[in-house]
Design a protein around this ligand. Structure first.
Ligand code: 5GP
Ligand code: MG
Length: 369
């Protein structure tokens, strides 16, 4: 994913695919033009890269020239008129092929036809690397199309977003969902995960997805997924990851306008972490960080024993059980720490101190994502 100005873009068409489409254009045009010496006309700024790569693939003699689309205010100051300028060459009797990077509404193409109307060219052909059929509103024939693409804004390979992105060798598509902050929150028992999750949820308008809660909700409400999960649990079997992922997906979809999610209790394995990445991918999003609260074992034991005195939770009353739970936590999360470290997404946060101090440390991480 890349960011240009305020927008995020995801990889869409690789350099290799572009190269194939360019080759296809060059072959088709060469075949039609035959022995003539064509004049290739690029429309600046966007088509500079298309033209440059195109002519390297065009093996016969040819000429190359550019015209530029300039916008200025029309008679009514609200209208923005686009005019092509710079056609100075005499093209009488020539075979002209206009090379475009992209044809969208076709407005630019209308302007091309306008300026060529009085030129006595032998033939005028239109070639474009990208074409958005859903956006096209004109009837002009497109003689050569490299690739049809959906009606979504792209950048790269000559195309810009407010000046940036033209130099990218591949093409990126705008992300529909703009930036979300998606966190995987970890912490050993007693680290204060619940407290901190509540705080982060408020401060960043995130939705806290606790897998345990999601399971209980689905089972209690007898949703299809809840019943399915229960059928495995009743047999004493592990619920397949896909069932859990489907439940999480439903939660994410229920909260489509959230600024992001805090995943709590998931993932627990490499396979689950990968499945979660895939899920976020389908939402045009990603996990931005795994944040683990780090607290010394002795402090955890002390905190949990104290909690046991008031909560009456049996597993908080016995020191050996507590130590075992902590040990198990480290065994289980080590793989995930590796998984997210490899993606440079692991953040350990000191979980000792006042609640406010810890939330400040967590905010420090999140604000810098
Ligand atoms: P038209 O709507 O006239 O066919 O397209 C005109 C111009 O709009 C193109 O030459 C290009 O500069 C710009 N354009 C259209 N679609 C896109 C797009 O998806 N990305 C970028 N960066 N520019 C586009
Ligand atoms: Mg253009």
């Amino acid at each position: 994913m890349i960011k240009l100005h305020d927008k995020y873009f995801k990889p869409f068409i690789s350099a290799a695919e572009i190269d194939r489409a360019m080759q296809k254009l060059a072959d088709a045009i060469l075949k039609d033009v035959g022995d003539e010496i064509p004049v290739f006309v690029g429309i600046l700024n966007g088509s500079f890269m298309v033209v440059s790569d195109f002519v390297k693939k065009y093996k016969n003699p040819c000429e190359v020239t550019f015209i530029k689309l300039a916008s200025y205010e029309g008679v009514k100051s609200t209208e923005d008129i686009q005019r092509l300028i710079g056609l100075t060459q005499d093209l009488t009797g020539r075979t002209v092929v206009v090379l475009e990077d992209i044809i969208d509404t076709g407005n630019t193409l209308a302007e091309v036809h306008r300026i060529f109307k009085n030129e006595k060219v032998k033939s005028l052909k239109i070639a474009t690397l990208f074409y958005k059929p859903e956006a096209y509103k004109k009837d002009f024939k497109l003689h050569y199309v490299g690739m049809e693409i959906p009606n979504k804004f792209i950048v790269g390979y000559g195309l810009d977003y407010d000046g940036l992105g033209r130099n990218l060798p591949e093409v990126y598509q705008i992300k529909e969902t703009q930036h979300m902050t998606n966190l995987v929150l970890f912490g050993p028992p007693g680290a204060g995960k619940g407290t901190q999750a509540n705080f982060l949820k408020e401060k960043y308008n995130l939705v806290h997805i606790s897998t345990g809660d999601v399971f209980r909700y689905n089972i209690k409400n007898e949703t299809a997924l809840g019943m399915l999960a229960k059928s495995y649990m009743d047999k004493g079997e592990l619920v397949p990851d896909q069932v859990t992922i489907d439940m999480l997906n439903a939660e994410v979809e229920k909260n489509a306008d959230a600024n992001g999610f805090i995943f709590d209790g998931f993932p627990r394995t490499n396979a689950q972490a990968e499945a979660l990445d895939n899920l976020m991918d389908t939402k045009d999003s990603q996990i931005n960080a795994m944040i683990a609260l780090e607290v010394d074992d002795e402090i955890l034991v002390e905190r949990l024993l104290k909690r046991g005195e008031t909560s009456g939770r049996a597993d908080d009353a016995d020191e050996s059980i507590i130590r075992n739970r902590i040990k198990e936590y480290y065994q289980k999360t080590a793989i995930l720490k590796d998984f997210y470290s490899t993606q440079n997404k692991y953040y350990g946060v000191d979980g000792v101190g006042s609640i406010e101090d810890i939330t400040k440390r967590l905010s420090g991480v999140i604000d810098n994502l």
